[in-house]
Design a binder for this molecule. Structure first.
Ligand SMILES: [Cu+2]
Length: 319
């Protein structure tokens, strides 16, 4: 009776350990195999031409991590089953030549296959696509947008028909960015107050907006629709409110919108209003080699007319 009870207890403990391992394994598998819907689990729907390169990196990382996780779980489950009550424990420093060689070989395989693979592919993607501003700028219909981030909204400025920023035909919007599908969209980013991060999750790009410097990023949309603009840098108490709407339009719809907006803004343009001219001369793609950011300051980081709510601005920006 007593022996039977001890055996049952022992078996129960082993089964519990096995069950815990299996539950951990199953939940990790579900998390990794997340689908890609418009809502729900997984990444937001990718509507950009090059977003699949980012997704490949994320998926490859998840794939390798899952393999390693499964191996570790099998290893632990085997240890739980094998090293039971009847197993004689052995003491071992683990520093023999054999052990050291084994650990180094495993580490080298993981480093070269996993990290090497990710590094190699991401470097190619960055150089040929994501930081290749020269190619993007060459497109005759490329759209250029200046973004001024501030607590807690996004000002956007389009140059208008004359192609120059800070002129009468500029289009200036607040939390409302409209772009055409199928052509490069180039952004240059500045910030009036603190560090923000301009994120377009459905286009798989984001970049910090820094006070005192102009950062940039570019993308090409492949689908029309309405998508989120988010701030992905905690930038103060109302950070959570700092969202906007990105509308991707067909080229003819975009042209008629921008023509109309340009005419409306030209009518309300006041050449004496210096505060409204917060834009800057567009930084050319060849102004720096590293492709990350270009030093420079907006001509004025002061207020655009739409954001005159002084409560939302840093003290130095109010002057
Ligand atoms: Cu922000």
């Amino acid at each position: 009776m007593n022996i039977g009870f001890t055996m049952m207890n022992h078996l129960k403990k082993r089964l519990t350990s096995l069950l815990v391992t299996l539950v951990a394994l199953t939940s990790a598998t579900f998390a990794n195999a997340a689908p890609v819907p418009a809502t729900g689990w997984g990444l937001p729907r990718d509507v950009s031409v090059d977003g699949h390169k980012i997704d490949w990196l994320i998926n490859a990382t998840t794939f390798f991590i899952t393999i390693l996780f499964v191996i570790m779980c099998i290893w632990m489950a085997a240890a739980v089953v094998k090293h039971g009550k009847d197993h004689q424990a052995e003491y071992d420093h683990g520093d023999s030549g054999h052990h050291v060689a084994f650990a180094m070989a495993i580490s080298a395989v993981i480093f070269l296959v996993v990290d090497g693979n990710l590094w190699f592919n991401s470097t190619i993607d960055v150089n040929t696509t994501f930081w290749n501003y020269t190619e993007a700028e060459k497109h005759p219909e490329a759209v250029r947008i200046e973004i001024n981030a501030h607590q807690w909204a996004w000002d956007a400025r389009y140059a208008g028909p004359d192609g120059k920023f800070n002129t009468a035909d500029d289009i200036v919007t607040l939390n409302d960015i409209r772009v055409p599908v199928g052509v490069p969209i180039l952004f240059q980013l500045a910030s009036t107050d603190v560090i923000h991060s301009f994120s377009l999750p459905n286009l798989r790009i984001k970049q910090d907006a820094m006070p005192g410097m102009i950062n940039r990023m570019w993308t090409t949309a492949k689908e029309t629709g309405e998508f989120d603009i988010a701030c992905t840098q905690h930038c103060g108490t109302h950070h959570y409110k700092m969202k906007g709407l990105l509308t991707i339009l067909k080229m003819d719809e975009y042209k008629s919108w921008s023509d109309k907006m340009s005419r409306i803004h030209a009518r309300g343009y006041d050449p004496k209003d210096q505060a409204a001219k917060w834009g800057w001369a567009w930084k050319k793609a060849d102004t720096n080699d590293d492709g990350i950011s270009v030093e420079g300051k907006p001509k004025s980081a002061a207020l655009a007319p739409e954001r005159s709510q002084s409560v939302s601005l840093a003290p130095e920006a109010r002057n």
